[in-house]
Design a protein around this ligand. Structure first.
Ligand SMILES: [Zn+2]
Length: 398
């Protein structure tokens, strides 16, 4: 039987914490219990793809559930909270670089209102790390003096991503990297994909749930990933390296641009709809300025998405040479790139563990340099040169 917890993949400790909090929250609503396991501010952390926002939504749903035990997944409270349409659940998901102070000010006002349907007002901030300090301080004030029925659920990659003053006000729930087989189970159940494909995708994505689902359901995404991570191994000359580096950068740019354009168009339509305008209408100045602000955010996001896409390619490349290393050393660990066994074996045979470590270092250095805003093309060129097969012979010959 599916409940709101079914999609919270492989997180038994977190689910236990949320379950007991939801039980105690019910006692509070009935006016007969102290806070107990419940509290007004939660910090949900975990690596990208571990399911932070899914966990937060599940908890929000359990708080609105009408059934016993809370979190049935089928009642109106659960269903509307999960779908994002519950009147007392606010979901703040941003793809933007930062959450604006105006946005948080709006949330703080909302947080002051009693829940309209009598249980809890829940505010889920999916990227609580994307705030400048001034904005964080405003949030802190709201968390310090919460109305009796308001709950904040803040999601970030790690606890270090929020101000210590906010952290100390929150109950901390940390999500772990889910097991590959558990991610595969979710994909089979949710996307109707066969188990072998789901297992391969979950392994390739290294348990990043969103990415695993994307790879499992798109042959094109799998092919693109395969092409990107196998190309550096085909490089022979320095001029090849330059061409391959350019391909890696261009593909990441194209992917990011495509994703950003699609999302930006939807957001603009949504904003205009909220303001009561259609594209064809002549817009007054205040609407134009809001549209301009949105567009500026979208441009800033484009840069971030590009960097994220390139970093993803580097993480995938790391996984390939990690597979080579575990093959060379007979570590007996499962391969990440189960679709590239032949390439892994040939790379393992034609190089040494020392050379593989050198290559892993070159990829890790590329990630660091990208994070420090070095020009992507330069970073990728240096890396592809280091990954050339004959680099091994040259190093051995020295
Ligand atoms: Zn329910």
């Amino acid at each position: 039987m599916t409940t709101v917890w079914s999609d919270v993949v492989d997180q038994p400790d977190a689910v236990t914490a949320f379950r007991s909090a939801a039980e105690d929250a019910r006692g509070i609503v009935a006016g007969r219990a102290p806070l107990g396991h419940m509290t007004h501010a939660w910090l949900i952390t975990g690596p990208p793809g571990s399911g932070r926002s899914t966990a937060a939504r599940a908890f929000a749903a359990a708080l609105q559930c009408d059934a016993q035990p809370p979190g049935c997944g089928h009642c109106t409270g659960c269903r509307t909270a999960l779908a994002g349409s519950h009147a007392d659940v606010t979901l703040v998901a941003t793809e933007r670089v930062i959450i604006s102070i105006a946005e948080v000010a709006g949330l703080v006002t909302e947080a002051q209102q009693a829940p309209s349907q009598g249980r809890w007002r829940v505010i889920v901030v999916e990227d609580a790390d994307r705030m400048v300090e001034q904005t964080s301080n405003l949030l802190l004030k709201a968390i310090e003096e919460p109305p009796p029925r308001t709950v904040w659920l803040l999601c970030t990659p790690s606890a270090a991503d929020v101000l210590p003053t906010i952290r100390s006000r929150c109950r901390h729930v940390n999500l772990r990297v889910p097991a590959v087989s558990e991610v595969a189970d979710l994909i089979v159940r949710r996307d109707g994909v066969d188990r072998d494909t789901a297992m391969a995708a979950a392994a390739m994505a290294q348990s990043h749930i969103g990415l695993a689902r994307h790879l499992a359901t798109s042959e094109e995404a799998r092919a693109r990933r395969r092409r990107l991570i196998t190309r550096p191994a085909t490089v022979r000359s320095v001029s090849d390296a330059v061409i391959v580096a350019d391909d890696l950068v261009t593909t990441a740019k194209d992917d990011a641009r495509e994703a950003n354009e699609r999302r930006s168009a939807e957001e603009k339509t949504e904003l205009l709809r909220m303001l009561g305008y259609t594209e064809a209408t002549r817009m007054p100045a205040h609407v134009r300025s809001q549209v301009r602000a949105l567009e500026q955010n979208q441009e800033r996001r484009a840069t971030r998405l590009q960097r994220d896409a390139l970093d993803r390619t580097l993480i995938d490349l790391l996984s390939l040479y990690r597979d080579v290393y575990v093959t060379q050393t007979g570590a007996g660990v499962d391969l990440v790139n189960v679709d590239l066994v032949d390439l892994v074996h040939s790379l393992a045979e034609e190089s040494t563990p020392q050379l593989t470590v050198f290559r892993l270092d070159a990829i890790a250095a590329a990630r660091r340099r990208l994070a420090h805003n070095v020009t992507p093309l330069l970073v990728m060129e240096a890396m592809t040169i280091a990954l050339r097969p004959q680099q091994g012979a040259e190093r051995r010959g020295r």
